[in-house]
Structures are given as structure tokens and as C-alpha cells.
Design a protein around this ligand. Structure first.
Ligand code: AMP
Length: 115
């Protein structure tokens, strides 16, 4: 989508601290990190929110959660100690950027419940 900031980052039109990229997925450091390691994982194609994933996106969704998360966790060194994945969805979910993104949060012990 032409005016979507995460589409622009994923397509390389806007600079980011890219940490992972393949044909269908990009991941980059959050501009305003909430924890020592705060990565955003996005599909390159525009999907506004997780409930907009369709049947044809099943491979993409599995790729993100099976392959990409693990690879990034290893790369930034949080795979052994652990990390948190968050997908804020819609207004009540606290989603501020309408392009599906998985927050990978790590580098310190998390608390629960979130705010
Ligand atoms: P959410 O509130 O779940 O929609 O998360 C959006 C996240 O995107 C926030 O953590 C922002 O700090 C982050 N963000 C917004 N613009 C950028 C950008 N240009 N580069 C990196 N992260 C961004």
C-alpha cells in the first residue's frame, strides 16, 4: 500500500535497522524500543491486521512463526533465555500502525500482565 510506512520499510523505500529479510518477510528494530531487544517482524505484502490473513496466507503465517522468529531470536541472542511475541490488533489491542507486525521483545525478564 503506497502510504503505509511498514510497506515502505519492507520495500526499502525508507531506511530502517533491518535485521532480517527474505522474499516475503522483513524484520527491523523498533524506532522506540520498549526493551533492550525490540524487533518488528512484518509480511512484505500489505496485511492490515492478523484477522486479515486469509487461507492463502497460511504458509506466510507459518513461515513467520516457525522459521523467522527462531532465526531472529538466535541472531540477537535471546533464543535460550526467552522472549515475548506480541501482535497488537485493532484499537483495543493498541495497534497504532495498520500493517500487521509481530513485536519480538527480549533482552530482559518480562512481567505479566501487560498494561
Ligand atoms: P503497534 O502499537 O503495535 O502498532 O506498534 C507499532 C510500533 O511501530 C511501535 O512500537 C513504534 O515504535 C514502531 N514504529 C513506528 N514507526 C516506525 C519506524 N519508522 N521504524 C521502526 N519502528 C517504528
Amino acid at each position: 500500500m503506497s502510504d503505509c510506512i511498514f510497506c515502505k520499510i519492507a520495500n526499502g523505500e525508507i531506511d530502517s535497522k533491518l535485521i532480517y529479510e527474505d522474499e516475503t518477510v522483513a524484520a527491523f528494530r523498533d524506532l522506540n524500543p520498549q526493551v533492550p531487544e525490540h524487533i518488528l517482524i512484518v509480511p512484505k505484502k500489505h496485511v492490515a491486521k492478523i484477522t486479515d490473513f486469509t487461507e492463502e496466507d497460511k504458509n506466510l503465517a507459518a513461515h513467520i512463526f516457525v522459521d523467522v522468529v527462531h532465526e531472529i531470536a538466535k541472531k540477537i541472542g535471546v533464543d535460550e533465555n526467552g522472549f515475548r511475541l506480541v501482535v497488537n490488533t485493532g484499537e483495543d489491542g493498541g495497534q497504532t500502525v495498520p500493517h500487521l507486525h509481530v513485536h519480538l521483545l527480549g533482552g530482559r525478564k518480562m512481567t505479566w500482565p501487560p498494561g
